[in-house]
Each structure stands twice: as structure tokens, then as C-alpha cells.
Write a protein that binds this ligand. Structure first.
Ligand SMILES: Nc1ncnc2c1ncn2[C@@H]1O[C@H](COP(=O)(O)OP(=O)(O)OP(=O)(O)O)[C@@H](O)[C@H]1O
Length: 819
């Protein structure tokens, strides 16, 4: 029976920002204009000494002052920086936490010096590695440790493996457990810090560096050293594996072409470095803005660098940014710019959580499918090679060679086209998710303004609400604009794909050696299918992740309602559900649970809702109806005929029950462009606009709303429609009764109304307690608890759906596909 393990508790923390000012180098002749005060403040003096006294006292000086978590002057060593801001973070890595340390600054400001260092002043990478191995050595438990290391560089938007002698281009992939991963990156098992240092030196030797006017050994690429510490816990935790990840990032420096005096390739490199750093700066801006102004879209997808750093910037990572600055007056603008971004980065929050090892059968299912496709690709590859050797002795060799290289070019282009498409669609998807949250907040604000106006409160409150409303409207408008642009890019991408496909077909039909080319084409298509599967897998993983969050929330809700562990165990036992390993640290400890009840009001404190990115009361919860329409969508024969239908079925069964449970408060789930609904109409994700028509045909009651991104978004037309006649599960009933009978939940009449409907829609809570895909993998009840379900069969067919944001505008009581 599959077991479910709850995720470890999350802790929100802010980015630690430290500034390090290096000494003037021997080459520098300028004035030192940076002062560090009290290890926290950084003052940048006006570089212009010629300003007269009057200008200065009239406060027209360009002097700037900033305050950071830590600031280090030119006399401080890397060890000082390490002890103050890094060592504690490294200790967490050995406990299963993720950490990211990155150096940010202009070219020649001392990033590489800080990260790598010298023999006399070892850098943060070296010091961190020593600490990790020291901690492992001094560990007295019987835990087993395994340390692996990888080292990559991003040069001109291409990822290379620095541990490979001649690395090819590597691609990024998204994994729900591990976040962004680089497919094919070499991970080497290491047993000592010295071994990693050896690899580090090897990698650094391969890194692209150039001599520029500003820096004799300027790094032209961003380098990421990643250390993973796997810790197998024995004794009663013997099934538990903690996995801590440390990413140490040495960025290339921003530069001005005029200053670096570079041309040709160097100039192009500089432009690319600046572009990715700009993308990073934009993310930092948006994340900083987000803390102050609510949800702004964070454009991680605009560069490989920001995708790699995504977790470090906002995900599951304890992150330290070391901003490096040069003290020279000629660098004033760079220094102030760096400090501005560092200042904004102080606002960024991340959410750290222990990575407790799980085995996710769903993901592994897809992994298996990919593996089998890869075997097939390998087989065809061999066949191809055999054919090639036969051809080499034939007179038609020349023509076939030309045709082959042409096909190679086309196939390479088509692979890039698919990759671009994936990125664009994901970006659009995230953008929609952001705006969905914004629209929800807008609705809440409108309600609040109307309420305030009705009770005639002080105008200042209404003004504040209106100001906030305006900010949200601006965000929505900006995001909508970005969405329209993404949509245009997707259309252009689609046109390009059609052209490429036509060219491939023409190449095949023109050539005499058709069998050979057909095999080649088949091989390419399999490769593409493989990529698509990975994409679908990523999407599915996102659904799994979201559902896992729902389960977690539901579990919190049960705890928050005052049910103790024993009561929940009893309830579960009555329904034949066994909760195993109860003894290990619960996911949310009792103390936490107590805290979650506000003593003042007796009400439940807001809980972060993962879907909406904002707080709802604990009574808010996302229910998902999970039915038998899952992996079959993956099989080829079902793609075109069934996927649209299945997805729509699935969409119609998502809804959000808001805390006041009133019909008006049911959050409408909006979606825009239809390519998600449509699944795939062509071998490469389909042409937008086709499936909605199909959909409308299948579901006449689905209304179409205009969307800024595309032709339509879907909405179920009826609030009162029957919830359907899905499985009425006793467990659901019992749970629902408990929710209703709980003293912490007062039932309004509208709740009663909805209760009836919910009960009719047994699949909803079943999605949470009965047939979630999590049943087949750990992740539900805390590192120690496992949930066993008597009816796992429903769950093997989880649909590979786009997650929440991609769903149609759906209201409670939506269309029931079964009727
Ligand atoms: N704390 C320090 N003490 C002494 N010298 C330093 C210090 N920090 C940096 N330097 C010197 O400054 C110069 C530039 O440093 P470094 O190469 O680390 O800059 P960078 O920011 O990595 O530049 P780029 O982005 O071009 O790669 C080097 O000569 C380095 O030795």
C-alpha cells in the first residue's frame, strides 16, 4: 500500500544581504569613496570633489547611504564574511535545508575573489565545503551521509557542465521535489572537501574568462557550484532521507561597453551578461515590489540564470546575497546601482522547508515512460547508425549527406522551437496565476470598499483601500500587457513550427532514400515526444505539488479545528484508513496548532493558500474532484480525442470554498488562453483556438469570456447546477460532519446549502482524503505519518492537467461531466 508523508513545516525568512567593499587595487588610481560604518551602514561619497560648499550644504550632493544586514570594509577577509553570514546557513544544509549564496556586483568589484578567494584568503565556496565535511565528520549519530557536487556555467544563455571536458549544451527541467534541475549535468560523489576543491579548480580552469580594461581575469559566465548532502537517518527514522542543497553562485559582472573597451565577441558576451543580469535585477525588483505592493509577476523565465536562481530568490532556500562593490570613485554609478538592488533584495522572502525524502510513484510512472521512450530513441539511433554506414558506400551518399545535415539543422531548430514554446506557455501560465490572485484581491477590496461606504466609516480607510485597489489594477494591467506579448510570441512560435514541419516533410519527400529519412524523422519525433512528455510531467508535478499543499492545508484545518491526533486516528480507523508511524515528529506540532487559533477572537488565523498566494482563513480550502481520467490522456490514441474532454472534466471540478462559504465568495477560477484547455491538437502542443470550439460544442452551457490573451476563457454557467453523483464516501461524510460540527466553524444558511452540494459531490473530499495522487507517495501526514487508502485504484488515473491557474472560470456547482 503506498504511504503518504507530510511535508515538513515551512518557515518564512528574508534574504540576508551583506555588502563587501574591496580595497583599491594596485592598478587603480582613483579616490576611495566608500565608507562602512558599524558593520551595517554603507556610505558612498559624492565622487565629484569639485562641487562647492553651497551645493553640498543645500543637500544637492550625490552622497548615498544604505543599511544592510552586514557590511564589510576593505580590511575584512572572506573568513569574516563567512563567519558572520554564511556558516549558520551551511549548518542547515547538513540538516536537509536548501541554501543559496550568490555574489552580485559590477565587473571587477570582487565577486570571484569573495566566492573562490585565494590561498591566503579562501573564498566562501572553499570555506563552506570545509564546514560541510567538518560537520559530517563530527556527527555522532549513525546517520549515513552522501555528498555530491556539480559545477555549471551559463555562458551566453547556454548551460555548460564545468566538470565535463567538452560539455555539450544542457537544458533546464522543472522537478516538483527538487525545483529547477539541469538535465544531464554530471553529479560527482565526493568524500572530502579537498576532492571538491580539486573539481572546483578544474571547473574554474574551464570557465570562460577574458581580460578586460576593468579586470584582468573577468569572468564571462555565471558559475553555479552545487553541493547536495543526502543524509539517511537510521533507527526509527530509517526510511527518512534528508536532502540539503547548497548553491554557491559566482555571477559574471555587469559592465558598460565603454568602460570595458571591448569589441567583437567580448562585446557580445558583455551584452548577454548584462541581459541576464538585467533579468535578475527585474526579478529582484518584482520580488521586492511584491512584498510591498502585492502580487507582481516575477519574470524568472526571461533568462536561464533567473530560472536557476528561482528557488534561491523566492522558493525553498535560505539565501544570502553578497553584494560586492569597488571603492573607486570612477565606479560610483556601478556601486550605487549594486547597492540599490541589494537594498531591494532585503525585502525578498523565501520559505524554507526540510527536504524529506519521498518516493513519488506518479512521477516515477512518467519517468518510466520517458525512459522507455529513451530506449526507443536509442534503438532507432542504432538503426540509423547502421543505415548511415550502409549509405556511406553508396553513390547517393552525397545527396543523403546534404539532406541529413539539412534535416539536422531543421530538427535542431524544431527542438529549440519546442523548448521556447514550453517556456512561453509556462510563463503565460504563471502570469495568469499571478493575475488570478490579483483579481481575487481586487474583488475583496471592492467588497471592503462597499462595506466601508455602507457603514460610513472614516474616509481615510476608504482612501487607503482605493489606493491599494489602484496598485492592484496597475499590476493587473502590466501583467495583462505582458500576457498579450507572450501570446503573440506563442503565435509566432507556432507559425515557425509549421514552417519547420513543412520543410522537414519536403526534405523527406524530395529525397530518394526515403526509408532512411523516415527513420530519421521518426527518431526526431520520438525525441520531441520525449520533450513533450517531460513538459507534461512538469505540469503534472505542479498539480501534484498543488494538491500536496491542499492536503497540508486540510490537515492543518483538521488540527486547527481542535481535533487531536487520537481523534483523527479514530476517524481514519473507522473508515479503514491506517495512519502509520505516528510517533515521529508531526508535521505541525501541537504548539503550532495552538498558535493557529487566535486567542483574542477564538477564530482561526489566516493560512497561506498556495493557489491564491494570499491568506484565507483556515476554513478556506481547495477541493479537487479526482476521477478516472488520468494517465490515459498520455497515451497517443487518447491525445486528440480525449484529452480536451478529460481536462475540461477535471477543470469543472475544481473550486475554492471561501471562508464565508457564500456563493458570492466562491472564488471564480479564471483562465484565459485556450491552449491549455486544448491540450494538444498537433504534435507540438497544438494550435491555439482549435479546442475551445470543440469544447463549446461538447459543453453548450460553458460561457465564453473575452480574455486579454486570447479568444476566450471558460466559465460554467450555473451556480446551482447539480454537483453530480460521484462517489459518496463515508470518510468524506464523516470528515464533513466534523468540519460542520466543530465549534470553530459556524454554519451559515448558505453553508448549509453548500454542504448539501458538497456532499453530493463526494469526489471533492475524496480528492483530499481518498484518491489523491499522494496516496501513492509520501507527503501527507508529516515525516512520520503515512496514510493508507483502501481504494487506491481511482488514483492511478490522475489527469496530466495544467494546474489551477490554467483552469476555466468555474463557479461552485459547476458543470457535471457525468450527467
Ligand atoms: N578583498 C579583496 N582584497 C584584495 N583584492 C581584491 C579583493 N577583492 C577583489 N580583489 C581584486 O580585485 C580584482 C577584481 O576581483 P574579481 O576578479 O574577484 O572581480 P569580479 O567581480 O569577479 O569581476 P568579473 O565580474 O569581471 O569577473 C582582482 O584583481 C582581485 O584580486
Amino acid at each position: 500500500m503506498p504511504s503518504i508523508r507530510a511535508p515538513a513545516a515551512k518557515k518564512t525568512t528574508t534574504l540576508t544581504v551583506a555588502v563587501k567593499c574591496r580595497p583599491l587595487t594596485e592598478r587603480e588610481r582613483g579616490r576611495d569613496i566608500v565608507r562602512v560604518i558599524d558593520n551595517k551602514e554603507v556610505v558612498v561619497l559624492d565622487p565629484d570633489l569639485s562641487k562647492d560648499y553651497l551645493v553640498r550644504i543645500q543637500n544637492r550632493t550625490k552622497e548615498k547611504k544604505y543599511c544592510f544586514d552586514h557590511a564589510f570594509g576593505p580590511n575584512r577577509t572572506n573568513v569574516d564574511v563567512y563567519k558572520k553570514c554564511i556558516s549558520s546557513v551551511i549548518a542547515g544544509v547538513v540538516q536537509g535545508l536548501n541554501a543559496t549564496v550568490f555574489a552580485y556586483g559590477s565587473t571587477g568589484s570582487g565577486k570571484t575573489y569573495t566566492m573562490v578567494g585565494t590561498r591566503d584568503d579562501p573564498g566562501l565556496m572553499v570555506l563552506s565545503l570545509h564546514t560541510i565535511f567538518d560537520l559530517i565528520k563530527s556527527n555522532k549519530s549513525s546517520d549515513e551521509f552522501e555528498v555530491t557536487c556539480s559545477y555549471l556555467e551559463v555562458y551566453n544563455e547556454v548551460i555548460y557542465d564545468l566538470l565535463e571536458k567538452s560539455s555539450g549544451h544542457l537544458e533546464l527541467r522543472e522537478d516538483p521535489e527538487q525545483g529547477i534541475i539541469v538535465a544531464g549535468l554530471r553529479c560527482i560523489k565526493v568524500h572530502s572537501a579537498d576532492k571538491i576543491l580539486e573539481l572546483l579548480n578544474l571547473g574554474n580552469g574551464r570557465r570562460k574568462t577574458e581580460s578586460t580594461e576593468v579586470n584582468a581575469t573577468s569572468s564571462r559566465s555565471h558559475a553555479v557550484l552545487e553541493i547536495t548532502v543526502k543524509r539517511k537517518q537510521r533507527n526509527k527514522y530509517r526510511n527518512q532521507v534528508l536532502r540539503g542543497k547548497l548553491a554557491l553562485v559566482d555571477l559574471a559582472g555587469s559592465e558598460r561597453a565603454s568602460e570595458t573597451n571591448s569589441g567583437g565577441q567580448k562585446l557580445r558576451d558583455g551584452a548577454n551578461i548584462n541581459r541576464s543580469l538585467l533579468a535578475l535585477a527585474n526579478c529582484i525588483n518584482a520580488l521586492g515590489k511584491q512584498q510591498k505592493k502585492g502580487l507582481a509577476y516575477v519574470p524568472y523565465r526571461n533568462s536561464k540564470l533567473t530560472r536557476i536562481l528561482k528557488d534561491g530568490l523566492s522558493g525553498n532556500s535560505q539565501t544570502v546575497m553578497v553584494a560586492t562593490v569597488s571603492p573607486e570613485d570612477s565606479q560610483y554609478h556601478h556601486t550605487v546601482n549594486t547597492l540599490k538592488y541589494a537594498d531591494r533584495a532585503k525585502e525578498i522572502k523565501t520559505h524554507i522547508q526540510k527536504n524529506i525524502g519521498t518516493v513519488d510513484t506518479h512521477v516515477s510512472d512518467y519517468q518510466r515512460m520517458i525512459d522507455s521512450l529513451q530506449i526507443e530513441v536509442g534503438r532507432l539511433n542504432k538503426e540509423l547508425a547502421a543505415k548511415e554506414s550502409q549509405l556511406s558506400v553508396k553513390p547517393v551518399e552525397k545527396a543523403a549527406d546534404d539532406e541529413l545535415s539539412w534535416l539536422n539543422i531543421l530538427s535542431h531548430e524544431i527542438s529549440e522551437n519546442v523548448q521556447e514554446r514550453i517556456n512561453l506557455q509556462k510563463a503565460l501560465f504563471e502570469l495568469e496565476e499571478t493575475n488570478l490572485c490579483n483579481r481575487t484581491e481586487l474583488q475583496h477590496l471592492d467588497d471592503a470598499i462597499a462595506k466601508q461606504q455602507a457603514i460610513g466609516t472614516d474616509g481615510a480607510v476608504v482612501d487607503a483601500l482605493r489606493a491599494r485597489r489602484q496598485v492592484i489594477l496597475d499590476n493587473i494591467r502590466d501583467n495583462d500587457e505582458a500576457g498579450v506579448n507572450y501570446q503573440k510570441e506563442i503565435e509566432a512560435n507556432e507559425r515557425h513550427r509549421c514552417e519547420l514541419q513543412d520543410m522537414i516533410e519536403e526534405a523527406i519527400s524530395n529525397n530518394g532514400n526515403k526509408t532512411y529519412l523516415r527513420i530519421l524523422s521518426q527518431y526526431r519525433i520520438l525525441g520531441m515526444t520525449n520533450t513533450e512528455l517531460q513538459f507534461e510531467m512538469a505540469m503534472r508535478d505542479q498539480v501534484i505539488h498543488n494538491q500536496r499543499e491542499s492536503l497540508r492545508n486540510m490537515w492543518n484545518l483538521l488540527m486547527g479545528l481542535g481535533l487531536d491526533e487520537r481523534q483523527i486516528l479514530d476517524l481514519a480507523a473507522k473508515q479503514g484508513i491506517t495512519i502509520e508511524d505516528w510517533t515521529v515528529t508531526p508535521y505541525l506540532g501541537l504548539s503550532d496548532r495552538k498558535q493557529s487559533l487566535s486567542p483574542a477572537s477564538g477564530r482561526l488565523e489566516p493560512l497561506d493558500c498556495p493557489y491564491m498566494g494570499q491568506s484565507f482563513l483556515k476554513t478556506s480550502c481547495i477541493f479537487q474532484h479526482c476521477q478516472d481520467f488520468g494517465s490515459r490522456s498520455f497515451s497517443r490514441e487518447h491525445w486528440d480525442s480525449a484529452s480536451t474532454f478529460c481536462r475540461e472534466e477535471h477543470h469543472s471540478s475544481y473550486y475554492l470554498m471561501s471562508h464565508d462559504h457564500s456563493p458570492s465568495s466562491c472564488v471564480r477560477l479564471r483562465r484565459s488562453s485556450e491552449h491549455w484547455v486544448g491540450g494538444r491538437a498537433s504534435p507540438f502542443f497544438g494550435t491555439p483556438m482549435k479546442h475551445p470550439r470543440k469544447l463549446r460544442h461538447s459543453y453548450p452551457e460553458i460561457r465564453t469570456h473575452s480574455s486579454p490573451y486570447g479568444e476566450s476563457c471558460m466559465s460554467s454557467s450555473s451556480h446551482s447546477a447539480d454537483f453530480g453523483n460521484h462517489h459518496k464516501d463515508a470518510w468524506n461524510t464523516t470528515m464533513w460532519q466534523h468540519l460542520c460540527e466543530s465549534p470553530h466553524l459556524r454554519m451559515s444558511s448558505s453553508q448549509e446549502l453548500y454542504k448539501g452540494k458538497l456532499m453530493g459531490h463526494g469526489g471533492t473530499t475524496q480528492g483530499l482524503f481518498g484518491c489523491s495522487p499522494l496516496e501513492q507517495g509520501p507527503g501527507f501526514l508529516g515525516s512520520n505519518r503515512t496514510f493508507q487508502n483502501p481504494k487506491p485504484s481511482n488514483c492511478s488515473n490522475m489527469s496530466p492537467l495544467p494546474s489551477f491557474a490554467s483552469m476555466g472560470q468555474i463557479s461552485l456547482g459547476s458543470h457535471n461531466p457525468d450527467t
